[in-house]
Write a protein that binds this ligand. Structure first.
Ligand SMILES: C[S@@+](CC[C@H](N)C(=O)[O-])C[C@H]1O[C@@H](n2cnc3c(N)ncnc32)[C@H](O)[C@@H]1O
Length: 168
């Protein structure tokens, strides 16, 4: 069944199945690349907890406007940035610039214009935090000068991956 005419339940299953597959693929791509993980959109902590299992021992920094996940998914204060992404990603620069091996940006809504505006703002901010060779994964199309698309594993929902080149 085409995903557009599927039920909301089917669409959620398609989205989460694709998301899990893409995170697993991205984790494989960065397994040998040192550097922290950025979870941009902690939300209910679902993908945060999955990333913890995929990359055990890896430092993970989480970003969100507020905390609404179960207690076992709340990072310690040193690894948590609360506030608008546009402010917190900029504020993270002194600690994280050029260091992140993997960033997962999960911020999509049902408002395409809002998502496009946020994606445009986030691309350069995330790029500034990425290590050369790092991988960015997102539920929305983004762009930055150093990024080249990486084919996403086959799935029934759009998801996007990019690899960062060296240089500024
Ligand atoms: C789709 S949810 C993330 C789901 C999460 N990855 C999970 O697996 O549970 C998107 C999250 O992004 C946060 N968010 C959206 N826009 C934001 C913004 N401009 N600044 C900060 N947080 C934002 C929302 O509060 C929400 O928790």
């Amino acid at each position: 069944m085409p995903v557009d005419s599927a039920s909301r339940l089917d669409r959620m299953i398609a989205r989460l199945t694709t998301q899990r597959r893409c995170l697993e693929h991205a984790a494989g791509l960065v397994r040998r690349l040192p550097g922290p993980v950025l979870e941009i959109g902690l939300g209910k902590g679902r993908t945060f907890s999955h990333l913890r299992l995929l990359l055990p021992g890896r430092e993970i920094f989480a970003f969100d406007g507020s905390i609404h996940c179960p207690p076992d998914c709340v990072p310690d204060p040193e690894h948590l940035f609360i506030g608008d992404f546009r402010d917190t990603l900029a504020a993270a620069q002194p600690r994280l610039a050029g260091r992140a091996a993997l960033a997962h940006a999960d911020f999509g809504t049902e408002d395409p214009a809002r998502d496009a505006a946020l994606a445009e703002a986030l691309g350069p901010l995330i790029d500034a935090l990425m290590a050369p060779g790092g991988v960015v994964v997102s539920d929305r199309e983004m762009a930055a000068r150093r990024w080249s698309p990486v084919p996403a594993p086959a799935g029934r929902w759009p998801y996007f991956l990019w690899r960062c080149r060296a240089g500024r």
